[in-house]
Design a protein around this ligand. Structure first.
Ligand SMILES: [Zn+2]
Length: 317
């Protein structure tokens, strides 16, 4: 059987298998990693690793994003590299009558996130972290990628850029009426320090963020839900909540362990371990507070996990 026929059959069959098996994409990614060991082999010469990615990515895509994503060490999802995942993305984009954005996987372990960008008239790009592919199941991955395609479809980055420019012009003109001096503070050497334009840029962007609020993220979630990915989205959000709860529990467990070990440790070891524990705990408390601010205020884009679950559940009920 010819290679193309096998590939075609694989893609057709994958459409059915995705519904039954839950780790198809994970297996496909592992298979790709095995086939391209050099690109993932930490012991291999970095130049050869880069060349492997270079050749692979250039097979499919144009220059600008390739340069950027190769610089970041990413692998492109193409009909060659991950045909099943590519076929899913192709289906969504065909339904939406849009060009397929460039989809890249960031191979760095510990990278558990995804992002999308579409500047001006480009087809856009989506980057998915290595850990997203290896940790989540197929339904969740489809939800995440569809959410990111939603950002591309609705031109969120372009709209953000326009909102920022309008915000900066508005605030700058407002400041001109209030602050007469162009330079607010000067450096010791006489050069300009803080200027009215700096404040205009800062508060203009803040104004744009306040106006956009969490609309774009909600719209991208709705996009994924309209494509039947509400359950995957809910499961992914529940996974994020569980991860955060586990972090809290880990700190409680270590605290208990430290108390239990106190009689067996000499005072210096105990003091050193306690110092490390409380500095880590302080960092965790700050992170938790910032996460709350991030979710509760309109300045930051993502709504809370709970409210995203609630919104997605409307599509399931
Ligand atoms: Zn998003």
């Amino acid at each position: 059987m010819q290679c193309r026929t096998v590939l075609f059959l694989l893609i057709i069959l994958s459409g059915f298998s995705v519904g039954y098996a839950s780790d198809v994409y994970k297996k496909e990614f592992e298979l790709f990693k095995q086939k391209h060991e050099l690109a993932f082999d930490k012991r291999a010469n970095p130049d050869l690793r880069a060349l492997e990615r270079y050749i692979h990515n250039y097979k499919q895509h144009g220059i600008f994003f390739n340069k950027l994503f190769i610089y970041l060490g990413c692998i492109a999802v193409t009909p060659d590299s991950m045909p099943i995942l590519y076929s899913y993305i192709d289906t969504i984009c065909k339904k939406e009558r849009m060009k397929i954005p460039l989809i890249f996987i960031h191979p760095k372990e510990g990278f558990f996130n995804a992002a999308a960008c579409k500047l001006a008239w480009t087809c856009g790009a989506v980057m998915v972290g290595n850990d997203v592919i290896t940790e989540v199941d197929d339904g969740e991955l489809e939800a995440i990628i569809t959410h990111e395609i939603g950002h591309v479809k609705h031109n969120h980055v372009n709209k953000k850029v326009i909102a920022n420019i309008i915000g900066m012009i508005l605030v700058n003109n407002l400041l001109k009426a209030v602050i007469k001096d162009r330079v607010i503070t000067a450096r010791d050497d006489g050069s300009a320090g803080l200027t009215r334009a700096h404040l205009g840029a800062l508060y203009g962007r803040l104004l744009a963020s306040l106006i956009i609020g969490k609309c774009f993220e909600r719209q991208a979630d709705s996009f994924a839900c309209e494509h039947g990915k509400a359950e995957g989205l809910v499961k992914f959000m529940e996974r994020l909540i569980a991860k955060e709860k586990k972090e809290d529990k880990d700190f409680d467990d270590v605290s208990e362990l430290l108390t239990e070990a106190f009689p067996d440790l000499n005072i210096f070891h105990y003091a050193w371990l306690s110092l490390r524990y409380y500095s880590a705990k302080w960092g965790h408390t700050v992170d938790t507070f910032l996460r709350w601010v991030y979710h509760a205020t309109p300045v930051w884009p993502h709504p809370s996990h709970e409210s995203r679950i609630k919104a997605a559940q409307r599509y399931i009920d």
